[in-house]
Design a protein around this ligand. Structure first.
Ligand SMILES: Cc1cc2nc3c(=O)[nH]c(=O)nc-3n(C[C@H](O)[C@H](O)[C@H](O)COP(=O)(O)OP(=O)(O)OC[C@H]3O[C@@H](n4cnc5c(N)ncnc54)[C@H](O)[C@@H]3O)c2cc1C
Length: 242
């Protein structure tokens, strides 16, 4: 159950205008709004609804695009092979199909008043809300210092790799550090998990830390940050699982 969600609030009608393959099992869907604008803060999510075999299925998806990209939003969806909504989106949905989404939700957000040094810590598809934050800060030319620590299982499962590299080239306040946990042959970057040493090297008690990924990933990294002396209030977590 996702808190802060009311069944009565008006939904937003959207149409798929573009589908991009990010990796072998991850696709980004660009959704244009039938009318009006959607106002959200980077890091928020929406519920996405689809009728599947006559039954309505709704799931939460972080908004991957920046709030400054008007008239549309992007959702990046990883395939869960035995799930309900993601196989439908990966195999059946086409450009032109129409859906409904909820109003934006959630407190896993960043805006400039919150501080100007942030560390975004992603495991797998947990990088999605961070794309929104990084794009927003770059478009707004904020002086926020952003470090993205991004752990993926294999090199070809890094989502948005070229785009993240471009953002880091364009915005000198952004540093992107990938770490690969499996199949590292041919990879000359960092290998292994996001461990205490890596976190310590990027630690300062005045930084804000955002963690998004599988539940054990969030738990372990949150615990290490606390050991290093991070204030509870400076650690934000986006939990996707039950
Ligand atoms: C705030 C938030 C943001 C999110 N953002 C994203 C995002 O940006 N991108 C993304 O890809 N995902 C995101 N998610 C996850 C997303 O909401 C879905 O959970 C995910 O896409 C799987 O949906 P599905 O319908 O395909 O799978 P589901 O049908 O929900 O199934 C998921 C898994 O649970 C198992 N399962 C289902 N029912 C049962 C049962 N009764 N007993 C035991 N096992 C069961 C299934 O076999 C499957 O392995 C987010 C979640 C939250 C809460």
């Amino acid at each position: 159950m996702i808190s802060g969600f009311s069944m009565d609030e008006p939904r937003i009608k959207v149409k798929v205008s573009e589908i991009r393959c990010e990796t072998g099992n991850v696709k980004t869907f660009k959704l244009i709004l039938a009318e009006g604008e959607i106002v959200f803060t980077p890091g928020q999510f929406v519920m996405l609804y689809a009728k599947i075999d006559g039954e309505e299925v709704g799931r939460a998806y972080s908004i991957a695009s920046s709030p400054l990209d008007k008239g549309s939003i992007e959702l990046t969806i990883e395939l869960t092979p035995d799930g309900r909504l993601t196989p439908f989106f990966h195999k059946k949905v086409e450009v032109g199909d129409e859906f409904e989404i909820s109003q934006p939700k959630g407190h896993f957000t960043y805006t400039e008043e919150m501080g100007n040094e942030i560390v975004l810590i992603a495991g797998g598809s947990g990088v999605v809300p961070f794309r929104s934050i990084m794009k927003y800060c770059t478009q707004k030319k904020l002086d926020t210092k952003i470090t993205l620590l991004y752990s993926a299982k294999t090199v070809d499962r890094i989502i948005y790799r070229e785009e993240l590299n471009r953002l880091a080239d364009e915005n000198r306040n952004i540093t992107v550090l990938y770490t690969i946990t499996r199949q590292t042959e041919g990879w000359d970057g960092r290998a292994g998990r996001i461990d205490r040493q890596l976190l310590e090297g990027n630690f300062s008690p005045k930084k804000l830390f955002y963690i998004c990924g599988p539940i054990p990933f969030i738990r372990d990294i949150g615990a290490t940050l606390k050991e290093l002396g991070a204030d509870r209030q400076n650690i934000k977590r986006d939990v996707w699982g039950a």
